[in-house]
Design a protein. Structure first.
Length: 408
């Protein structure tokens, strides 16, 4: 679909040929914008009905030329689980969990990466790069492999889960470990990209990635058969995903497919919650956390790059931000696994933990239609489960020892 790029700060427009990720006038982030009439004309519900669920089902609403070859691994179309047992425990009648861990590389990043890497190929870029807490690097390296382009990932040494690092290694990315946090890795990547135009940046500051990720909202609408949830709860790290989901719902509203918007609720880990802090104290600027701390390594981020977009999403949707402790995250990871059979990584469980907290506080009502987004598969970070949950029982194989082990 034809599009332009608009600065979220000074609203200057740039042509789609511009490869900068930030406004050339004021330095703020860019977003993809479409002509709203064309967007409306592009949608043909009978065509959507005939297609299987996937990111590319909504191709008409994505900033990619129809003739471009799509770099796809079969992303999107993740299950919206009816989670009655978890809902009952929390005191909610209408709780659904959207499990993004079902994506090809095990996280929601694939929605953005299929569009981002397709865009890279479209503009003839052969080297893609990102900073990552793990999942972005796993996804980037897989899609780069599929597209046959070089991938470079910069990660904070010793701070990403082994499952994710193994994915990037397996897919043949050039992996550079730096000292510091994700925020330092992102700064490094931004500096590199500025000095080497052959590198195409695929962090979520890239507006094309956000476009892929917005399809999560379209899918929720599709899976609810045209209904709108009251509340969508999302884990927040670098703050791209909550911004993207909000953009997706706004598209649906602009097209006329929905007549109201859900409220967006963002959850951060307590030790890495600059956005939540800004929201709760009513500040319009965010004060970064210099030393973010949490066991949820995917969202261990002190200075979320998309903080302005995310705060806008939360404020304009009449939503809120909340924080959860590491213990609450682990407890929710266990509950989801044991009540609903869904194994998610700690960052993903933060949305569940935040939901529980907000229901307990009375901020979410019993009959609200709630969608809790869980973002990454539990196998990404098995060590945390092994370290934190019950240990297996060691037993000898004679009947007496076995019976004791079965009935301690
Ligand atoms: N959940 C998981 C599993 C993640 O990997 C991330 C971010 C988030 C939630 C937060 O999403 O950044 O859009 O607010 N992971 C990034 C990475 C930072 O590098 O993989 P966000």
């Amino acid at each position: 679909m034809d599009h332009e790029l608009e600065c979220i700060g000074c609203h200057v427009h740039f042509p789609a040929t511009e490869t900068a990720y930030a406004c050339l006038t004021c330095g703020e982030l860019l977003e993809v914008v479409y002509n709203s009439d064309k967007l409306r004309e592009a949608v043909d519900l009978s065509i959507w009905k005939s297609k299987t669920p996937s990111v590319w089902k909504y191709e008409e609403l994505l900033p990619i030329k129809p003739a471009s070859v799509k770099v796809t691994l079969g992303e999107g179309g993740t299950t919206l689980h009816k989670t009655a047992r978890l809902g009952k425990l929390f005191g909610l009648n209408k709780l659904n969990v959207k499990n993004e861990g079902e994506n090809p590389t095990g996280s929601f990043k694939d929605r953005g990466m299929t569009v981002g890497v397709t865009r890279a190929v479209e503009i003839n870029s052969h080297r893609v790069i990102c900073a990552s807490t793990g999942n972005t690097s796993a996804s980037l390296s897989a899609y780069a492999a599929k597209a046959s382009v070089e991938s470079i990932v910069i990660i904070p040494r010793g701070k990403i889960a082994l499952g994710k690092l193994s994915q990037a290694i397996a897919h043949g990315a050039r992996i550079i470990e730096i000292e510091g946090y994700f925020d330092d890795a992102l700064r490094t990547v931004l500096d590199l990209v500025k000095s080497d135009p052959s590198l195409y940046l695929l962090n979520s500051v890239n507006p094309y990635r956000i476009e892929g990720q917005k399809t999560l909202a379209y899918e929720i609408w599709d899976q609810l058969e045209g209904d709108v949830p009251d509340t969508v709860v999302v884990p927040v790290g670098n703050a791209g995903n909550i911004s993207a989901i909000w953009k997706g719902f706004q598209d649906l509203y602009m097209i006329g497919l929905i007549s109201r918007l859900p409220r967006m609720i963002g959850i951060q880990a307590q030790g890495a919650s600059p956005l939540s802090e800004a929201f709760k104290t009513g500040q319009s600027e965010m004060t970064p956390f210099q030393h973010p701390q949490t066991i949820a390594t995917a969202i261990k981020i002190g200075a979320p790059a998309s903080w302005k977009k995310a705060l806008t999403a939360v404020k304009n949707s009449k939503g809120m931000m909340e924080t959860v402790t590491d213990d609450e995250i682990l407890e929710s990871q266990k509950l989801l696994a044991r009540l609903e059979g869904l194994f998610v990584e700690p960052a993903s469980a933060s949305s569940v933990a935040g939901l529980k907290k907000l229901v307990d506080l009375g901020s979410i009502g019993v009959d609200e239609k709630v969608i809790c987004v869980v973002t990454g598969h539990g196998l990404k970070d098995p060590d945390i489960v092994y370290r934190s949950f019950e240990k297996p029982t060691v037993a000898k194989t004679d009947m007496q020892s076995l019976k004791l082990a079965l009935n301690p």
